[in-house]
Design a protein around this ligand. Structure first.
Ligand code: GDP
Ligand code: MG
Length: 173
């Protein structure tokens, strides 16, 4: 079997404040900031993970605050193999927003894009506003992976990217 480096383009979607940039920072730099600046942010970060016989590089595209104006350019979605649509488990309205991002992906995204729903801020589970069963049901209704994450504690973050890799590249494990 041949080893080599595969690349996966991942785009982040979700309302402002749900923790998209924090998830990227945690995954890429294993870091967390209490007051992240929602308007200034690198729009692209790369990180590689080792799998059995392969290194996979994730090219992760984050918004630099444009989601506030509902103005993500179509370019953003181009050639993406995966999308992470994030909501904040303590904010019901951020969950309601998932459907809009899903529609946008269907309209502008590649047809076979792998979708992951991230219920972020798992560390605040005592104030969870969306029953996990409901979130799982929505995810399965659109053929998406569902996972709870916390950029703060690192819960579920790397595993989410591993799930994505396994679905985008089925020969990876
Ligand atoms: P974005 O607008 O979606 O990029 O969200 P940010 O990454 O800027 O995060 C918004 C706020 O939520 C910041 O104050 C973060 O520190 C906070 N935050 C992000 N992820 C988590 C998390 O997992 N747990 C908690 N408690 N706070 C988080
Ligand atoms: Mg951000």
């Amino acid at each position: 079997m041949q080893s080599g480096q595969a690349q996966i383009k991942v785009v982040l979607l979700g309302d402002s404040g749900v923790g998209k940039s924090s998830l990227v920072l945690r995954f890429v730099a294993d870091n967390f900031k209490i007051d992240s600046d929602s308007t200034v942010g690198a729009s692209y970060m790369g990180k590689s993970l080792q799998f059995n016989d392969k290194t996979i590089k994730f090219n992760i595209w984050d918004t630099a605050g444009q989601e506030r104006y509902h103005s993500l350019a179509k370019m953003y979605y181009r050639d993406a193999q995966a999308a992470i649509i994030t909501y904040d488990i303590t904010k019901r309205e951020s969950f309601e927003g998932l459907k809009r991002y899903y529609r946008e992906l269907q309209e502008f995204g590649p047809k076979d894009i792998v979708i992951n729903i991230a219920g972020n801020k798992e560390d605040l589970v005592e104030t969870e506003a969306v029953p996990p069963e409901e979130a799982k049901e929505f995810a399965s209704s659109i053929g998406a992976i569902y996972r709870k994450t916390s950029a703060k504690t690192n819960y579920g973050v790397e595993q989410m990217f591993r799930d994505i890799a396994a679905k985008v590249l089925p020969d990876v494990s």
